[in-house]
Design a protein around this ligand. Structure first.
Ligand code: ADP
Length: 507
């Protein structure tokens, strides 16, 4: 339970808690030690007083062997310089060697309780002085000092001096109360102070957390670059920064790798598919072989699409700049339509409306954008359905509409379909990788445009792309990408006129 509370607490609270616990324990230990030392000092002062008084009395008794005369004994107590015994808390008792009381300064006080232990008796009889703490019947504790009076090597009397320990104890009690009260006040102050100190101490750490939170996978160029933080936090921030640098390097390598591999794959795959398609042109092919070759051609098409998408994705991540030129969207749309017809002959594909629109942009990316939308429409529309493409010219904008009569997209999937690798439930068999829309979205955005979608279950979906005819953020041509040369473009997409498009990558 305690452990679970502890693990649920923030570091700040934990530090304050530890601070309070350690502070409390330290005070407790200090209290115990100070109490013991004070007690020892007070008792030893008292012992010294008792000893001095007993020795003075013994000296008087020894004078002229007065200890054998009861009158002398009585008068010794009266004359004792410690005297004024009536007012003093110190009691003196003179006993014979067999411990019979000869005289006492305590007057009418019952001295029956002031008994020395058996062991003490033996030690006194042997000529030793003995200190003992005894408890009286009323519960009070007193200190009793027994001093043997020795004359010619013989114990001739015993002088006992005694004083109540009440003063010592009440002083210690008062001290304890004051100490506990002081400790409580100190703890009440120390709690918030500890919290404030922890807060101040952890503030730089908070800064690290805040900045680290702002850094996303797509933003690995950022660094904490913390200066002047406490040494431990500075070390943490520096380690975090160098970890980010390593991560950035690893991500870059991964992106370059994906770009290289997908590019390398795409070329032989395109050649392979071309060869298969040439074989398919032979009218004498046995039907079984034709069927197999068609399947191979379709699979090649799927792999080409996948590697194209991967390549675009890697380029997006690498931040490859646009290759901006005038692009005729009407030509581009016709090419896409032509490609899409190869995809699925059982779906009707038509151009619903076509204005002549030229935009400034990157032909490859724009083509991939429209291609991905149309391919999706064809892919998800069941045989007998219709996919239509429309291109509209509006005030300063081009609008491309891709409509299908497919199954529609469930409402809960709509907010996610543009995310990378997101695939709506049950769509795995359609053979995509969840990249098409992410790339289309990225392509639209890099041109200052946007994609919206409307979909009704079991009726169909409509994807609308709006592209500015002169995108404000897109740099003016002529401009060549700093990235891979033009030949590295993932698709042989619509080339701006007058250089008409070469055969687009087969899809
Ligand atoms: P995928 O490779 O799976 O097609 P996309 O990013 O192109 O990946 O699409 C993401 C998801 O959006 C798809 O898995 C599919 O569920 C849904 N989707 C996209 N276009 C359509 C469409 N025209 N009709 C129905 N669902 C679609």
């Amino acid at each position: 339970m305690l452990r679970s509370i502890h693990s649920g607490l923030s570091l700040r609270w934990r530090l304050s808690l530890w601070y309070a616990v350690v502070f409390g324990l330290t005070l407790l230990i200090l209290l115990t030690v100070v109490q013991q030392v004070t007690r020892a000092v007070l008792v030893s002062d008292l012992d010294a007083r008792l000893r001095k008084s007993a020795q003075d009395t013994a000296a008087l008794l020894l004078k002229d062997s007065g200890y054998s005369n009861p009158e002398v004994v009585n008068s010794v107590l009266q004359a004792n310089s410690i005297g004024g015994l009536a007012d003093s808390p110190l009691i003196t008792i003179i006993r014979s060697p067999d411990h019979t009381i000869l005289s006492t300064s305590a007057g009418g006080l019952d001295l029956g309780d002031f008994r020395i232990s058996e062991e003490g008796r033996d030690r006194v009889a042997a000529g030793e002085d003995v200190y003992e703490t005894i408890r009286l019947e009323d519960g009070r504790r007193v200190r009793l000092y027994s001093y043997p009076v020795i004359d010619q090597g013989k114990v001739v009397a015993i002088v006992q001096t005694s004083e109540s320990l009440q003063h010592v104890e009440s002083a210690l009690d008062r001290f304890q109360r004051i100490f506990i009260l002081g400790s409580l006040i100190a703890a009440a102050v120390a709690g918030p102070v500890g919290y404030l100190l922890a807060h101040r101490g952890l503030n730089p750490l908070e800064r690290v957390v805040r900045t680290a939170r702002q850094i996303e996978a797509s933003d690995l160029k950022r660094r904490l670059a913390m200066q002047g933080a406490p040494a431990e936090v500075q070390r943490l921030a520096d380690t975090f920064d160098s970890m980010l640098a390593r991560l950035e390097e690893a991500f870059e390598q991964q992106k370059r790798f994906v770009a290289d591999v997908s590019h390398e794959l795409r070329t032989p795959l395109t050649a392979l598919r071309g060869n298969i398609d040439v074989l398919l042109l032979d009218p004498g092919l046995p039907p079984e072989l034709r069927e197999q070759l068609s399947r191979m051609s379709a699979e090649c098409g799927r792999l080409i699409r996948l590697s194209s998408n991967l390549l675009y994705l890697a380029q997006a991540d690498l931040g490859r700049p646009l290759d901006v030129r005038p692009v005729d969207l009407d030509v581009l749309c016709l090419e896409v339509l032509h490609q899409a017809r190869d995809l699925n002959r059982k779906v009707r594909i038509r151009m619903q409306h076509e204005d002549q629109v030229t935009v400034m942009g990157d032909a490859d990316r724009l083509k991939q954008l429209v291609l991905n939308l149309v391919e999706n429409a064809v892919k998800y529309t069941p045989p007998g359905g219709t996919v239509s493409l429309g291109l509209y010219r509006e005030e300063g904008w081009a609008r491309i509409v891709v409509r299908d009569t497919g199954p529609g997209i469930p409402e809960e999937d709509l907010p996610h379909i543009f995310e990378r690798f997101y695939r709506a439930n049950g769509r795995r068999r359609a053979g995509g990788a969840g990249l098409g829309l992410a790339i289309a979205q990225w392509a639209a955005r890099t041109h200052g445009g946007e994609i919206t979608v409307q979909s009704t279950l079991h009726k169909g979906s409509t994807f609308t792309v709006r592209l500015p005819i002169h995108p404000p953020d897109v740099p003016a041509p002529p401009r060549r990408a700093a990235g891979p040369p033009a030949g590295d473009a993932p698709t042989d997409a619509a080339r701006p006129r007058p250089a008409p498009a070469g055969p687009p990558a087969r899809s």
